[in-house]
Design a protein around this ligand. Structure first.
Ligand code: GLN
Length: 413
């Protein structure tokens, strides 16, 4: 009912906007660039959660604070500045600290002057990378399920996505199917989200080697999204594909500070790539956003300088949240794939007999008071028996969500 009310009010706003616009007729048609994708389902579910007062386990962001050292530094920077633009590619001290941190974790050194750009989140990083790599008519290989932005990024840069399915049970891929996709004429790049949203998969070194061998064989770029690089559950281990032989020069790494330091709202991300690629990426960044927020770069320097103990505590904290939430799902008898990394878990809803996972998620938010993302928004194939929860939440939030989920079978059968 509530959802219908939201829809009604959205329709009323739309109608009045159209009436207003109609006074300017005749109107030329708008760009057809946006015709082939919809608004983000993930972010739509946040609006549904807010409207229903549901616990929001849909769009992934923490409800706990960032590290205290960052909060304290933010207060200081309010008084000391900077408050004006940083260099468009990012503040010098921030880029130098990022270069050191990256070398510490991956063993690869990226030149702060020529091989990196600081962006407004990894969302911008991925978009400007795709625009720099693709020409209209090119193709981009994407594993399915995938984080929904990749399709929009591909289409906005004039290219066409080609999807390679991951098995929805264990999220493995068939190397022959991957090769068939990568060798198609016009394929320019492959997108690799590792650790992977929404599946929670962490690609093994052997899997990465298969991808790397094919990328080299067919001369493709590998565009990575590694925002969950520090959220990996033992015994799994994150390998940066750029570290594999022959891959540094063809890998364009997109990542961010959002997940590693619980600052999704600061919108601080980056791209790392070899200089000739970065020269193109910098131009698009410069003309689209000018730069990322300078006071936040100054503040986040503190985070880039954290020692190894910070990352060990982060892993321990996420392992704890995963155990609370997936342990609770297990106790309630729900089926799900154990996440190897990230803060997402995909749950199987076959037992409820819904034809539409979209409807299931609306009912879940309204009747049970928990918001999730319909799995179909991540899959190219017709998969509608999965939903995605995230567990980057305080213990009490997760426990309350599990209490509510206890009534799921009773309320949704
Ligand atoms: N990556 C997070 C998710 O998949 C948040 C994405 C976003 O909305 N920027 O939920």
């Amino acid at each position: 009912m509530l959802f219908i009310c939201i829809l009604n009010s959205e329709i009323r706003i739309l109608t009045s906007e159209i009436q207003h616009l109609s006074t300017f007729s005749p109107m030329k048609p708008l760009s057809n660039r946006t015709e082939h994708f919809t608004e983000s389902v993930i972010r739509h579910m946040t609006r549904v959660a807010n409207a229903c007062g549901a616990i929001n386990l849909s769009q992934g962001f923490p409800d706990f604070d960032p590290p205290k050292a960052l909060q304290d530094r933010l207060a200081e920077v309010a008084h000391t500045g900077p408050h004006q633009y940083a260099l468009t590619i990012g503040a010098q001290n921030f880029r130098e600290a990022l270069s050191k941190k990256q070398e510490h974790f991956s063993g690869l050194r990226y030149d702060p002057q020529t091989e990196m750009v600081i962006t407004c989140g990894s969302t911008e990083a991925m978009m400007i990378t795709m625009m720099s790599v693709c020409n209209p008519g090119d193709k981009v290989v994407i594993f399915s399920p995938f984080y929904e932005n990749y399709t929009a990024d591909t289409i906005l840069s004039g290219a066409t996505p080609i999807y390679v399915p991951l098995d929805p049970h264990d999220f493995t891929f068939d190397a022959n199917v991957l090769e068939d996709a990568m060798k198609q004429p016009g394929v320019k790049a492959l997108v690799l989200c590792n650790p992977s949203n929404p599946s929670g998969k962490v690609f093994t070194r052997e899997e990465l080697q298969i991808i790397a061998d094919l990328a080299i064989k067919y001369d493709l770029y590998v565009i990575t999204d590694e925002v969950y690089e520090h959220i990996v559950f033992a015994p799994h281990h994150h390998t940066y594909i750029a570290t594999l032989p022959g891959m540094r020069e063809r890998t364009i790494e997109c990542s961010s500070l959002s997940k590693s330091y619980s600052i999704t709202g600061w919108r601080l991300g980056y791209v790392l790539a070899a200089e000739p690629i970065m020269n193109c990426i910098k131009k698009i960044h410069d003309f689209t956003v000018v730069g990322a927020a300078s006071p936040l770069q100054e503040t986040a320097l503190t985070a880039l300088n954290f020692g190894d103990d910070y990352y060990q505590e982060l892993q321990a904290h996420y392992t704890h949240m995963k155990e609370i939430f997936t342990g609770g799902l297990r106790n309630l008898g729900f089926k799900f794939t154990e996440p190897q990394g990230t803060y997402f878990v995909m749950m199987d809803i076959s037992e409820f007999g819904y034809k539409s996972d979209d409807q299931f998620c609306i009912d879940l938010a309204q009747k049970v008071g928990v918001a999730a993302v319909p799995g179909s928004s991540f899959f190219r194939e017709p998969v509608n028996h999965l939903i995605r929860f995230h567990f980057a939440k305080k213990d009490e939030t997760l426990i309350e969500a599990l209490n509510r989920l206890e009534s799921l079978r009773q309320k949704m059968k």
